[in-house]
Design a protein around this ligand. Structure first.
Ligand code: IDP
Ligand code: MG
Length: 152
């Protein structure tokens, strides 16, 4: 049995602009994740460079910062058994062309940069990324089970 975990997810500016917020959240809820915090915001360049600090110096870094700061994004914290790995699975591979059918990136991504969604890659990253976007006070304790929608 997987431990109860939290992970940080983003709906990136490409998917917000394309009108995919609702559909992406439906897919997430149908997989049994509970949303315990959520907000819409636009990142400053400095904030984006801090969020993606591990990619500083990579050839795609400047373009990634341009993209992620290009418009509003939706940030959320998901809770579930094994949430970190389960949400990475639901997202699919970084490059939508290589992502498994039915994954969020296969469904809603455009290319390796404009790939619709982000998810923490480890429990350690999740802790850092959750604290980057949310204070402890802003996160819910889902004492009442959230209903899992049956279909889209
Ligand atoms: P991940 O989002 O699947 O964890 P990372 O390697 O951590 O992938 O890259 C962070 C983000 O940087 C990707 O989601 C994507 O938006 C962008 N990115 C990654 N690799 C490339 C690339 O080769 N070209 C352009 N953008 C990239
Ligand atoms: Mg990553």
């Amino acid at each position: 049995m997987n431990a109860l975990e939290r992970t940080l997810g983003l709906i990136k500016p490409d998917a917000v602009q394309a009108g995919h917020i609702g559909k992406i959240l439906d897919h997430i809820l149908m997989r049994g994740f509970r949303i315990v915090g959520m907000r819409m915001l636009r990142l400053s360049r400095t904030a984006a460079e801090n969020f993606y600090f591990m990619h500083r110096g990579r050839p795609f870094f400047e373009s990634l910062i341009d993209f992620i700061t290009s418009g509003p994004l939706v940030a959320f914290v998901l809770e579930r058994e094994g949430a970190v790995h389960a949400y990475r699975e639901l997202m699919g591979a970084t490059d939508p062309a290589k992502a498994a059918p039915g994954t969020l990136r296969a469904l809603f991504g455009t290319n390796v940069e404009r790939n619709a969604v982000h998810g923490s890659d480890s429990p350690e990253s999740a802790r850092r990324e959750i604290a980057f976007f949310f204070s402890e006070m802003e996160l819910m304790f889902p004492l009442v089970e959230q209903k899992i929608p049956a279909e889209l």
